[in-house]
Design a protein. Structure first.
Length: 384
């Protein structure tokens, strides 16, 4: 079996090499020619899988090692009898880590405490639900908006987007890109809603770039300059609006989900799905793929204030300021589109909060609950 795999899929040879002959191609360069003799295709989000790509291919299976599926025309696959799998939830924990670390950074920069904010979560699926759980465990007030879930499950616990806009200090978007239907999300945050955001609002988008009207957001940031933004996803990636990125407090190149854990879970899910599709055994376990974490343990033995301790532990694992600075530098050196993709291709090793165990002495015992709520492992250090 010949398998074409996006070059940005980690451990591709180890996993898919068990099932067939692997050819690695940069995701944006995968075209009909590259698929001429391929039986299976494994992508991430940058390869548009549509009629044009499939024309003339003999593919039997397509897998995307991502949560989002808006780049795949699943109807075209079904019409051709091509099997399909995605990896729901694979990097959801990483996205939540990124959002929490970004909020902690903005709280420090803007002089507020997380405990005094109200966070609105738009899209309460695999990512939003986990974010809600961690924020609530951290005793941070939250409101949730998810009309498709409200329709299916009843409206209790869900608010409208306009209510979130009226009542929240932070608005976090975790919606998929849906272009049609009653709950379409393209420009969900449109010019009208952006104009209505109260001064001081922080907008976070780690869903899909097209869910926010970037031009309207840029005008509000450049004009009144009274709100701020943390953006991981953009319209027109990788050639994103440089003026918008310059006005963005934390501007990252679509890497919120880029923990090694999340990427490998994605690889492993599709490896298993392909093995199942072609009737071969999937011998590898996801634990076989993960190396030990570079920072497994941190000892806190002073009476640090809670938010300072949270920032310290978050930054020991993931610091979104590093990704922001890398994008700025690479965009300046290589141009936006090349720099954006270069940051993603050379992304440094990042693990998830859960990979770090924080050992607390008696003086730091008050940190146990908030650190565990944020997602870290916590243990008590035996006193000497
Ligand atoms: N920045 C990044 O690196 C990453 C981005 N993503 C994006 O985040 C999206 C969400 O991920 P998951 O939570 O895993 O997906 P999911 O499918 O589990 O949840 C999406 C939720 O959004 C809700 N939704 C749909 N339309 C809505 C609307 N108009 N208003 C409010 N809510 C709406 C759905 O009902 C669902 O509960 C993915 O589709 C993907 O596009 C996912 C992973 C990484
Ligand atoms: O899983 C998703 O959905 C994502 O957005 C991915 O984290 C994006 O990763 P790439 O496909 O851009 O490598």
């Amino acid at each position: 079996m010949k398998i074409v795999v996006d070059a940005n899929v980690p451990q591709a040879q180890r996993c898919f090499g068990e099932l067939g002959e692997v050819t690695r191609v940069p995701g944006r360069e995968i075209d009909a020619r590259a698929l001429r003799d391929a039986d299976a295709l494994v992508v991430r989000s940058v390869t548009r899988v549509d009629e044009t790509l499939l024309a003339g291919s003999r593919l039997r299976f397509v897998g995307t090692c991502t949560i989002g599926t808006d780049h795949v025309d699943t109807r075209a696959l079904a019409a051709r009898g091509i099997g399909f799998a995605s990896a729901p939830g694979c990097n959801a924990e990483a996205v939540v880590d990124h959002v929490l670390a970004s909020l902690a950074t903005q709280a420090e920069r803007q002089g507020f405490t997380l405990g005094e904010c109200r966070v609105g979560i738009v899209g309460v699926g695999n990512v939003g639900r986990r974010l809600l759980g961690r924020l609530q465990a951290m005793k941070i007030a939250c409101l949730a908006c998810d009309p498709p879930r409200a329709d299916a499950e009843g409206s209790a616990g869900f608010e409208s987007l306009d209510t979130l806009i009226d009542h929240c200090d932070v608005l976090c978007l975790h919606t998929p890109l849906v272009t049609q239907g009653p709950h379409a999300t393209r420009h969900l945050l449109d010019a009208r809603r952006i104009a209505e955001l109260a001064p001081g609002t922080l907008v976070v988008n780690a869903g899909r770039g097209d869910c926010v009207d970037g031009r309207a957001l840029r005008s509000r940031l450049a004009g009144r300059g009274d709100i701020s933004a943390v953006l991981d996803v953009w319209e027109d990636e990788p050639d994103i609006d440089a003026a918008l990125s310059d006005l963005t407090a934390i501007a990252t190149p679509h890497v919120a989900g880029y923990s090694l854990d999340g990427k490998l879970r994605g690889t492993h899910r599709i490896y298993r799905a392909l093995a199942h599709h072609v009737g071969l055994p999937a011998r590898l376990d996801v634990a076989d793929l993960l190396p030990p974490p570079p920072v497994p343990r941190l000892v806190l033995d002073t009476g640090l204030e809670v938010e300072e301790a949270l920032r310290l532990c978050m930054r020991a694992v993931h610091d979104p300021r590093r990704d922001h600075d890398a994008l700025r530098l690479r965009a300046r050196q290589q141009g936006m589109a090349t720099g954006f993709d270069a940051c993603r291709a050379d992304y440094p090793l990042r693990r998830e909060f859960a990979s770090l165990t924080v050992e607390l002495t008696g003086a730091a015992a008050h940190l146990a609950t908030p650190l565990a709520a944020a997602g870290f492992g916590v243990s008590r250090k035996a006193e000497a």
